[in-house]
Design a protein around this ligand. Structure first.
Ligand SMILES: NC(=O)c1ccc[n+]([C@@H]2O[C@H](COP(=O)([O-])OP(=O)(O)OC[C@H]3O[C@@H](n4cnc5c(N)ncnc54)[C@H](O)[C@@H]3O)[C@@H](O)[C@H]2O)c1
Length: 280
């Protein structure tokens, strides 16, 4: 590859690509879905149960001149992902880009003064692990097959800074994200060795972004003010604030684009310096 063949003047042109964004109806991944739509990709915005939310993001992309559809399925149910793939193939064709954003913490799988580690319900623990780990793996199996056949593609798994060092209370979530990060490295190597060096698999590790899945931990429901945990997290973030969802867009587009053609198996932290800070 020479410098002239790199699209440096138009680094994020996704024209002609088909992108699936699981969790694309959510707080962090809807700006990524819109950004892909604005740059030429046909985007499938997916969610789990709230149809209007997914439709609204797809509609917005179309209003911005892009191509998009909305689809609901459980990313942790392989059959459901396979059925979704049939619909996507009929409408748009094989998938080139996949963002695995479906995920989140579950209150019942989080310890609290009222719920000890010893009493965490099995069902909730399995649910949070299934969502964050298997909900990443199954879409990689189903849509990764398209990439293997084309010998090209890019996958971005949304991990979390808690994959490196677990934050207190969210035991199942942190464990599942650590597994998803390990899986990202595994799949990156597998795709290159077995299929093509042009299939890349990377991760993005957001620090703390105020969203629905963590609001109950960070904001006091009664006062609307930061909880003690919220304060402590900000104290451990050198930039001294939560991230904004739009701040994930550039890093996501970069990792999905040809600009990152020699990067695979990497998880990029977008965390205001949290991972670099010892607290002292
Ligand atoms: N908000 C943060 O601070 C933060 C930090 C690190 C990582 N993350 C990760 O970022 C991703 C997006 O989180 P968010 O904060 O935007 O949350 P969100 O609740 O706004 O969005 C979650 C999305 O996942 C979808 N989803 C939930 N369960 C699903 C299932 N079983 N099958 C398919 N889709 C399902 C929802 O429909 C929604 O689109 C998650 O993987 C989350 O773990 C968030």
């Amino acid at each position: 590859m020479n410098l002239e063949s790199l699209p440096l003047d138009h680094p994020f042109d996704f024209s002609g690509k088909v992108a699936v964004v699981t969790g694309g109806s959510g707080v962090l991944c809807s700006p990524m879905a819109r950004a892909l739509g604005q740059r030429g990709a046909a985007v499938v915005v997916t969610g789990h149960s709230n149809r209007e939310e997914a439709e609204a993001v797809a509609r917005q992309i179309r209003q911005e001149g892009g191509r998009a559809s909305a689809l609901l399925f459980d990313a942790a149910d392989k059959k459901a992902v396979e059925q979704a793939a049939e619909i996507i193939h009929d409408q748009w064709g094989p998938v080139d880009l996949l963002i695995n954003g479906a995920g989140g913490a579950i209150k019942e799988a989080t310890t609290s003064p009222d719920l000890s580690f010893f009493d965490l319900p099995e069902k909730a623990l399995r649910q949070v692990f299934n969502l964050n780990m298997m909900g990443t793996l199954f879409p990689c199996q189903v849509f990764g097959r398209d990439m293997a056949q084309k010998k090209a593609g890019a996958i971005l798994n949304i991990i979390s800074m808690s994959a490196y060092r677990p934050i207190t209370r969210s035991i199942g979530y942190a464990a599942a994200k650590a597994a998803a990060m390990n899986f990202t490295m595994w799949l990156a190597v597998h795709m290159v060795q077995e299929y093509s060096p042009h299939i890349r698999v990377n991760g993005l590790a957001p620090g703390i972004f105020l969203a629905r899945q963590n609001r109950f931990l960070l904001i006091d429901g009664k006062t609307g003010k930061l909880t003690e945990r919220g304060h402590r997290l900000i104290d451990h973030t050198p930039m001294g604030r939560f991230g904004e969802p739009e701040e994930l867009v550039g890093p996501a587009l970069f990792l999905l684009s040809d600009q990152a053609c020699y990067i695979t198996g990497h998880t990029l932290n977008v965390d205001g310096g949290q991972g670099a800070f010892s607290g002292v």
